[in-house]
Ligand binder design. Structure first.
Ligand code: ZN
Length: 229
């Protein structure tokens, strides 16, 4: 039986790589200078390069279950996502941070259910989304969709607790973008802080905004920045 994975590795080098050889050469010689930190859910259906049309060297990627941002707690533990945020902002000096969740997210659905008893790290990790949970008895598609979106805004707020992020945002050198990718439509809905809602990219006039100020100051928005109701 052929080793399919090995076949793919060989095909990359013989078929795909030659077409981008000079680009990779350039990225090696000049180093990487991505302008975007993309924090996305690990879900296999979310393909950041397809969504953004980006190529090698353009996205600094962090992916984890749920596209969550851990709190900036200065505990200096093994916080991979926090380390990536620090590196992207302080060293790479990215100009934007995208937090990208998606429809049918298993992490968000798990917030309403249970995870395997042996998945202790997963259970703890999911705490990072629990503030987005809606107090409802039944979780229909609409509840899950709203929870997915609320979770994204929650992560944007947590990003603002990172001193280096807040500093750059305040200096207007860094923008934050909340995206909700609807897999079945092939459409990203971008969070627009001025309307306090996610707007389909086909109707949006920007790629997502904010937060540039505390959401609670905005009348009609709940703490997560998503309109109540
Ligand atoms: Zn997901």
């Amino acid at each position: 039986m052929p080793d399919e994975l090995l076949e793919r590795l060989r095909r990359f080098q013989t078929d795909a790589f030659p077409q981008q050889r000079s680009l990779f050469r350039h990225l090696v010689d000049e180093g990487q200078h991505p302008l975007t930190l993309f924090i996305g859910c690990s879900d296999s259906r979310l393909v950041p390069y397809l969504l953004t049309g980006a190529g090698p060297g353009e996205l600094f990627l962090v992916r984890n279950v749920g596209a969550f941002v851990p709190p900036y707690d200065q505990s200096q533990g093994f916080h991979g996502t926090a380390a990536a945020i620090e590196f992207a902002v302080l060293t790479l000096q990215v100009r934007r941070i995208i937090v990208c969740g998606h429809s049918h997210c298993g992490a968000i659905r798990a917030l309403y259910g249970e995870v395997p008893a042996a998945a202790q790290n997963l259970a703890r990790w999911l705490d990072l989304g629990c503030e987005a949970v809606l107090p409802v008895a039944e979780q229909g598609a609409e509840v899950l969709r709203r929870t997915e979106q609320r979770a994204i805004v929650l992560q944007l707020e947590r990003l603002m607790d990172y001193p280096m992020v807040r500093e750059q945002v305040d200096a207007r050198a860094l923008t934050l973008h909340g995206w909700h990718y609807v897999i079945e439509d092939g459409e990203v809905h971008v969070f627009d802080v001025s309307v306090g809602a996610f707007v389909p990219a086909s109707r949006a006039d920007n790629a997502g905004t904010g937060p540039y100020r505390v959401f609670d100051e905005d009348a009609g928005l709940d703490a997560s920045g998503v309109p109540a109701g």
